[in-house]
Design a protein around this ligand. Structure first.
Ligand SMILES: [Fe+2]
Length: 387
């Protein structure tokens, strides 16, 4: 339980502009923020999707000169971020518009961290004093096109370190997006499988942040409202992809879940980051497979919060076991794979994955501490039939 005799420091995110069709306001939003030459950054998968052309048209009609960098992989690589930085500098850009799913936005955000300074990307993964002093970063606008990552209100980005084969989180407290633009119309054409996988990512964000045992009431409130919206709309968006109201509910649910995980995440993400770095697996799908075994591992420590999560997500009044079963049923209905083996993970990699996951920041906030050997057992359990 939270201890109200503790002290705590919270911050609240950036201006959020929500509404169907509001991509059309991007030019105005740029002008209000003093942006003249934005670099549009997206992922390889989004490069040819209609929303990129639409965004370019909106910027062109506002007489804003923009270039496009679309070389970001599903699990962004440090080498791609360097290429993006060079394009930013060569084009004399003054802002980054990060658009796409988690990878497109993470790519744009990571480029924005190093675009205007001499530091290496990995300097933003630690606590160097000179990095702390940076005051000026390029303007940044984030536009999510999936309802999952929820990372549009922060500068945090997960990037794969090519030499270490690990996904690391880079960020800087002074690099906040100037705005997040949430237009549910951009999510209408997302395929069913990606709608399900990214939606479960949002669900996991809310569950993992809510179950962390620390005093962070702002995040807890966001997580509960996120679970309410995700419980109501996730299945609907898969079954009726063109239901704009459902798409809107999920986009807001994922944004709130994203804000909630300022509190931290847990073992689902710690393991998933490393599986993604080694196997280039889809982040939301990897999380979805890992959620049941991690819930079982955490049972003792999350029992007191399960009743509330079950109530808001599934409208059921019972506690942990009912919540766990409802999660498994939901994953079945969404046709989520049963084990990490389906992503190519093999038992001879469990030791390496366990060691790397134990070093991930998300492992440190999990409600139950896990040793490397416990992590190894958990990963082994998740290989074939995780639920
Ligand atoms: Fe995630």
């Amino acid at each position: 339980m939270s201890n109200f005799l503790d002290s705590a420091d919270w911050s609240f995110p950036v201006p959020i502009h929500y509404g169907p069709g509001r991509l059309n306001e991007l030019g105005e939003l740029c002008k209000v923020n003093g942006i003249n030459r934005p670099l549009l950054v997206t992922d390889i998968g989004s490069k040819n999707l209609p929303f990129i052309k639409q965004t370019q048209n909106v910027l062109n009609s506002a007489s804003l000169k923009c270039n496009l960098f679309s070389g970001i992989s599903p699990n962004p690589l440090d080498t791609e971020i360097q290429i993006g930085k060079a394009i930013f500098e060569d084009g004399n850009h003054d802002a980054i518009i990060a658009i796409g799913g988690g990878s497109g936005m993470d790519g744009g955000k990571a480029i924005s961290l190093i675009a205007n300074n001499k530091f290496s990307l990995w300097d933003f993964d630690n606590d160097k004093a000179e990095v702390k002093d940076i005051k000026k970063f390029p303007h940044l606008i984030c536009i999510p096109t999936t309802s999952g990552t929820g990372a549009e209100t922060e500068s945090t980005a997960m990037v794969t370190h090519s030499d270490l084969g690990m996904k690391l989180c880079v960020w800087h407290p002074n690099q906040k997006p100037n705005a997040a633009l949430l237009d549910p119309k951009l999510t209408l054409d997302l395929p069913d499988n990606l709608t399900a996988w990214t939606g479960v990512d949002a669900l996991v964000h809310a569950v993992e942040s809510y179950t962390i045992d620390s005093l962070y009431s702002v995040a807890d409130g966001m997580a509960i409202q996120a679970l309410t919206l995700i419980g109501r709309y996730l299945k609907k968006t898969v079954k009726s992809p063109h239901d704009l109201e459902a798409r809107g509910g999920m986009l807001l649910g994922s944004c709130l879940a994203g804000i909630s995980f300022k509190k931290g995440l847990g073992l689902v993400h710690a393991i998933s980051h490393m599986v993604g770095a080694i196997y280039d697996s889809q982040h939301g799908l990897t999380n979805a497979i890992l959620l049941p075994p991690v819930l079982r591992f955490n049972e003792e420590r999350i029992r007191n919060k399960s009743k509330m999560m079950n109530f808001v997500t599934f409208s059921k009044p019972e506690g942990y076991h009912s919540f766990y079963n409802n999660i498994c049923n939901l994953l079945d209905e969404l046709e989520i794979n049963k084990g990490l083996g389906s992503l190519g993970v093999t038992s001879n990699k469990t030791e390496e994955l366990a060691i790397k996951a134990s070093r991930d920041a998300a492992a440190k906030t999990n409600p139950r501490k896990a040793s490397v050997s416990q992590l190894k057992t958990l990963i082994l359990e998740s290989l074939e039939n995780a639920r």
